[in-house]
Ligand binder design. Sequence first.
Ligand SMILES: Nc1nc2c(ncn2[C@@H]2O[C@H](COP(=O)(O)OP(=O)(O)OP(=O)(O)O)[C@@H](O)[C@H]2O)c(=O)[nH]1
Ligand SMILES: [Mg+2]
Length: 204
Amino acid sequence: MGPRRNAIGAKGFKAEFVGSFFDMEQIPKDTRPQVALAGRSNVGKSSLLNRLVGRKGLAKVSGTPGKTRSLNFFLINDAYYLVDLPGYGYARVSKDIKQSWGKLIESYLRTSEALAGLVLLLDCRRDPTPEDAQLLSWLAARELPALIALTKADKLTRNQLNRKETQVEQELGLSAIATSSKSGVGKIDLLRAVNELVDEFSPR
Ligand SMILES: Nc1nc2c(ncn2[C@@H]2O[C@H](COP(=O)(O)OP(=O)(O)OP(=O)(O)O)[C@@H](O)[C@H]2O)c(=O)[nH]1
Ligand SMILES: [Mg+2]
């Protein structure tokens, strides 16, 4: 079918960095759907984005939490955007900076007209935080879909992951997909889910 279908399978898959934006005025005025990747600092958002698009260095990754500070837009197959959001919950940044990232994430999730849905990333070894739940409630308030990607699945056994998936699904009422940017586990399932968000998007 259309270009979105080509998203699965590396051949013909196109991903371009569009820009880093520090406020809502700057983001592309474009009706193509956006799927946001959000989660705590260091949870693995940028790494997962790179794994999804098959390009290691496309989104900046670092061992230092707080690497991503802006809304980073990547255009996929000329059809939709993946948006890498700043991480939250990182203790070692100033209160002012925390507030400005928080405001940026909040205004983006609450007002972006082309937002098709959210992929909330949770470390498979940790429990969801109140901030994670807050993001989901902003999406729910707009009746926008969300799904969970459990990250760093290479750190647990398949049994432990199954348990975690079930726990998170019950706790948050959303489906959870175990992923690893290291091994590639979950990539196809997550891309499929992202494509569904894109296909179901209707501009408001
Ligand atoms: N073992 C393992 N490590 C991972 C995985 N994904 C990411 N990491 C590591 O986790 C750290 C943070 O990864 P990032 O992708 O920068 O995380 P982020 O969520 O974008 O972080 P911020 O931009 O600071 O919010 C890096 O050291 C990565 O190498 C994974 O699937 N498995
Ligand atoms: Mg990042």
